[in-house]
Design a protein around this ligand. Structure first.
Ligand code: ZN
Length: 284
């Protein structure tokens, strides 16, 4: 992480106390720290910038999700003749009586539709393709791109990666998680294409992945203080001689990638649900 620079660089932390004159910059070799490709002159400038990035991330997580404009699944199934009015009524009543669950689940529960049919209609609802997870286990390679805890949290699996065009196809069980997709795009510098997979197959694939060996994940534990997280990030980055650090996340996870010349390590922080830091002062 510390490397001498032969050319003049200016610290990108806006409140950096060490902005140096040109002659001093030219005479002294500059050591520094990199975050999101930007250079910082001291651990303090790095940590302050990392804390700011985490604050912004947490503020984004605190926003309520936008309203869905999708046609209700039950109506789509009715219009396609998969279920009849009576079956839909029963499923909706069961959903109401139990106080929850998805209509698709209830339609399956009362035997009105199969899991495959529900997935096909979800695909229509989201205008997304259905990925045949049962046909190949190639997802086992792709899925290594993302820490398992994040896959589990969003019930998603990267299933197909096209490095040349930087496309990543990501399968979801019954809900496409757009904040997760956004986090993947930022962290992996790729374009994501969501697709759906039959939920039981997706859960089985997640179980396979849970048992697959992974070497590059570290859990930073529960944390809610951005400054504290920034300090931990700095310590890990230093100990691994990271050349760059990236910060992303979604749904209560801060996902940090420590990049070294030959490998990377993912550091995850879980944000407790009731965190006052979410109503933060972003001007800090
Ligand atoms: Zn600085």
């Amino acid at each position: 992480m510390i490397k001498p620079e032969l050319f003049v660089r200016n610290c990108e932390f806006p409140d950096c106390p060490n902005h140096r004159g040109l002659w001093r910059s030219l005479l002294e070799p500059q050591h520094g720290y990199t975050l999101e490709g930007r250079w910082y002159c001291t651990p303090e400038c790095f940590e302050n910038s990392a804390a700011l990035a985490i604050r912004k991330l947490l503020a984004g997580m605190a926003k309520p999700p936008g309203k869905s404009h999708r046609i209700p699944l039950g109506l789509l199934m009715l219009s396609r003749g998969i279920v009849d009015q009576e079956q839909l009524k029963r499923a909706l009543q069961a959903q109401k009586d139990s106080g929850g669950g998805r209509v698709g689940e209830w339609l399956r529960h009362i035997g009105a539709a199969s899991e495959e049919q529900v997935t096909q209609i979800l695909g229509l609802q989201y205008s997304a393709a259905v990925f045949p997870l049962e046909r190949s286990r190639r997802y086992l390679d792709c899925a290594q791109m993302v820490p398992f805890l994040l896959l589990e949290a969003a019930e998603m699996i990267p299933v197909h990666h096209l490095p040349a065009s930087r496309h990543l196809y990501v399968a979801f069980g019954d809900r496409i998680n757009h904040s997760a997709l956004y986090a993947l795009e930022k962290m992996l510098a790729c374009r994501t294409e969501p697709c759906l997979a039959v939920k039981s197959q997706l859960q089985k694939a997640l179980e396979d992945l849970r048992n697959a060996p992974r070497e590059t994940e570290v859990l930073g534990g529960e944390a809610s203080d951005p400054e504290e997280m920034a300090g931990t990030i700095f310590d890990h980055a230093e100990s691994q001689s990271s050349t760059d650090v990236k910060i992303s996340g979604f749904d209560g996870f801060v996902w940090v990638r420590l990049i070294s010349p030959r490998t990377h390590t993912d550091l995850l922080f879980r944000i407790p649900k009731k965190t006052s830091v979410i109503t933060m002062d972003l001007t800090r």
